[in-house]
Design a protein around this ligand. Structure first.
Ligand SMILES: Cc1ncc(COP(=O)(O)O)c(C=O)c1O
Length: 474
């Protein structure tokens, strides 16, 4: 597919350095010139529509140009678009911090704001290390992450990320982190359940913590679904085990819910699924020793502002917050970004939380998920496909080799465009993360288009696929 580039595409390739893109190949997969969005649809300059099956990199929760979020932002725009959050405060930031704290039963009662997901990860790592240092334990300066984990692309976040193609060039610049086994359920040996894999992974974590806990500040993980490396899903018991081990060895547990928060896995926070029945409602004591299932620090971004404006934040337990209180300024957490707690973004986030309450989104998503899962059922039986999986509003399957063939992700993406889909497989993994607006008509349509695209791609002759190496996609 080598169509002539439009003026906008040509200018973009000349002057815009696109993210996650080998620009030398960009003309083969030119950026879609999008001029408008409405609901789950994006429209290009020729009026062609595309279903945003991955919520624009997992940020868009309620479709594009949602009337209620638009109204909230417009109101805020005329009142106070932005003011710095050092030395000033404003109602949207305060209300957002209060409401998020309340959603954790008050356990994660302090909210530190930033803009992008990776900044939130940097903040959580720094907070953890600095907390131990303030407690007189500066030796606790190492971090543990999971194989197949992804936490962003700034240097600190990349150091706890396990994606070679993103890391390799910068390896000399990265701090060393410990990597432990991912609880990815696809690793189950014959006769093993997902819970068994989780147990094996927890045993490896335990061995490391037992040996190195005096030097380890925190474990960082993506609860339930490791997104960017291919939607690897794991059993929730892993989260309980990790929580218990972190308590036992005095190591912080950082939950990176940047991709999986905001209802994506079926509960508002993914970590809620670590709770025993009834435990989620009770919350936990605000400070003091081992408490409940919640992590110590929780990073949120992407969906929290509905896919409108860059916003990220780190929620922390009181015990961590207290360790920074001192007459000495340098013992405070002095980290800052210019747009920290941007009022427009916080107001968008409040509108997102309103939507969750007003529309019973979590309940409706359970119904939506059942319909789409049923519509995708033929894939589970397709011999060309393995590991069909679903959690909340995330679906994924892996295309077996040799069926996938060279440059599968790129070819699937381009074939998807021809069938009105915006979809970006990761390697041989096709996944769906649609906005929470699916209805009984859209779900079968979406499933049908995904399966038809798969047929298109797998029926291509080898000559259609050139032999260039697979470009990175996420
Ligand atoms: C789990 C996770 N953490 C961190 C990030 C980084 O967020 P951002 O791209 O906004 O910096 C991502 C982005 O995909 C993510 O999925």
């Amino acid at each position: 597919m080598h169509q002539a580039l439009s003026d906008l595409q040509q200018r973009s390739l000349t002057h815009v350095w696109h993210p996650c893109t080998q620009m030398q190949r960009a003309a083969q997969m030119p950026p879609l010139p999008i001029v408008r969005g409405q609901g789950p649809w994006l429209f290009d300059e020729d009026g062609r529509r595309y279903f945003d099956a991955i919520s624009s990199w997992w940020v868009n929760l309620f479709g594009h140009a949602d009337a209620r979020i638009n109204a909230a932002i417009k109101d805020q725009l005329d009142t106070l678009p932005h003011v710095m959050l050092a030395g000033c405060t404003h109602r949207p930031a305060v209300e957002l911090a209060e409401r998020l704290s309340a959603l954790t039963g008050g356990v994660l009662g302090h909210c530190f704001f930033a803009s992008d997901g990776a900044s939130a990860v940097e903040i959580a790592l720094k907070m953890s290390f600095h907390h131990w240092r303030n407690l007189g334990r500066p030796a606790k300066q190492e971090f543990v992450c999971l194989r197949q984990g992804y936490h962003g692309e700034t240097l600190g976040a990349l150091a706890v990320t396990d994606v070679q193609v993103f890391r390799d060039a910068y390896d000399p610049l990265l701090m060393r982190a410990h990597q432990v086994m991912s609880p990815d359920a696809r690793q189950a040996l014959p006769g093993e359940s997902a819970a068994d894999v989780a147990q094996r992974a927890a045993a490896e974590l335990e061995a490391l913590l037992a040996a190195r806990h005096e030097h380890i500040a925190a474990l960082i993980l993506e609860p339930l679904v490791q997104g960017a490396t291919g939607m690897a899903m794991h059993d929730a018991t892993y989260l309980r085990s990790a929580r218990a081990l972190c308590d036992r060895y005095e190591v912080h547990l950082i939950a990176d819910e940047i991709a999986v928060g905001c209802g994506r896995t079926g509960t508002f926070f993914a970590f809620e699924q670590a709770a025993l029945p009834g435990e989620a409602e009770r919350g936990a004591p605000r400070s003091g020793g081992p408490t409940s299932f919640w992590p110590d620090l929780l990073c949120l971004s992407k969906g929290i502002s509905g896919g409108y404006l860059p916003l990220s934040l780190v929620l922390s337990r009181d015990a961590i917050y207290q360790a920074f209180l001192d007459d000495d300024v340098a013992r405070g957490f002095l980290h800052s970004h210019s747009y920290t707690g941007n009022a427009l973004a916080c107001r968008a986030a409040l509108a997102v939380l309103d939507r969750f309450e007003e529309d019973q989104v979590l309940q409706r998503n359970r119904e939506r998920a059942a319909v789409l899962t049923a519509a995708l059922a033929p894939l589970a039986a397709d011999p060309r496909v393995e590991h069909f999986r679903q959690r909340g509003m995330i679906w994924a399957f892996d295309v077996r080799e040799p069926f996938a063939g060279p440059r599968f992700a790129e070819r699937f993406h381009l074939a998807g465009r021809e069938r009105e889909l915006l979809i970006r497989p990761i390697g041989g993994t096709v996944y769906l993360m649609p906005p929470y607006v699916l209805d009984d008509e859209l779900s079968p349509w979406l499933a049908g288009r995904v399966m038809a695209t798969l047929d298109d791609v797998l029926n291509q002759s080898p000559a259609d696929a050139d032999r260039a190496p697979e470009p990175p996609t996420a």
